[in-house]
Design a protein around this ligand. Structure first.
Ligand code: SF4
Length: 263
């Protein structure tokens, strides 16, 4: 009988040494099939982990440990404590697609040199209705949106689409799953930023030490995000993309306003 060989999986296996890490999942060969688990569980006994069936992976990936919905499956918030035994390459391809919809196909297209990337500007130029305002973002604002919105603390895909000033994010040493165009979360964040750009800027005189305190408070919030904040809710002041963007702006202002001691 002819055995079906999934080209995406065979390429993945041929290019990488075992165990393969795909976003937050470790893939090990376990003849005659494969064993999947969270990378944080790689040193735990498989017997301690909840054995998930292939059909349950999508549900598992839908929510965080705290029960919050995960709109971006590439966010570094996949629950730990599970494993999944798979019999074939075809099952492995399905499993990865359940955990990370579209990620294997994007990775394969990138590896084959046929992936189509849409730049920030080209993507926003297609927007209509309430998202049309994203076309008004300046180059600096577009860069700020990508820097804060696609930070690795929020998303593990590599941003391959360029912004006006930043280009694409550099490739790391390990396998990276490309992001080929802005996602819905990023689009919503860009819309929110465009709306803020129309607001009156209020001045708040602070000393450099006070600015440092503000940055420290924002960083603490990023490290300890409130449990009730939905990732896609840009109306919530505690949205992590909003906080990260403000933190980045304060830090940039801080380095610009610091007197040059060598001058
Ligand atoms: S646009 Fe940014 S946040 Fe959205 S999937 Fe791509 S890299 Fe991740």
């Amino acid at each position: 009988m002819h055995r079906y060989v999934n080209p995406q999986i065979s390429t993945l296996r041929a290019q990488l040494k075992e165990p393969v890490q795909f976003l937050e999942v470790e893939i090990r060969e376990k003849p005659p099939g494969f064993l999947l688990r969270h990378i944080a569980d790689r040193d735990r006994n498989v017997g301690e982990l909840q054995d998930l069936a292939l059909d349950n992976l999508a549900t598992w990936a839908d929510s965080t440990l705290r029960g919050a919905f995960r709109p971006n499956k590439a966010a570094p918030s996949l629950r730990t404590g599970w494993c999944c035994h798979l019999a074939t390459e075809a099952d492995l391809a399905v499993a990865l697609d359940q955990l990370y919809p579209g990620a294997l196909a994007d990775w394969y297209a990138w590896e084959m040199g046929v992936a189509e990337v849409t730049s920030f500007r080209d993507f926003m130029a297609r927007q209509t209705g309430m998202y049309r305002s994203t076309q008004n973002l300046t180059d600096t604002q577009a860069d700020q949106v990508a820097t804060a919105g696609c930070d690795s603390s929020l998303c593990l895909r590599r941003r391959c689409w360029p912004t006006p000033g930043l280009g694409a994010a550099p490739a790391g040493p390990n396998l990276s799953v490309p992001c080929l165009e802005p996602c819905a979360l990023l689009l919503e964040f860009a819309r929110w930023t465009a709306r803020q750009a129309r607001e009156t800027i209020q001045s708040l005189p602070v000393t450099e030490a006070e600015r440092a305190t503000l940055v420290a408070a924002l960083e603490y919030s990023l490290a300890h995000p409130p449990e009730d904040v939905r990732e896609g809710d840009t109306r919530n002041p505690a949205n992590p993309r909003r906080i990260r963007q403000l933190r980045n702006r304060l830090k940039a202002d801080q380095s610009e306003s610091r007197p040059n001691k060598e001058a």
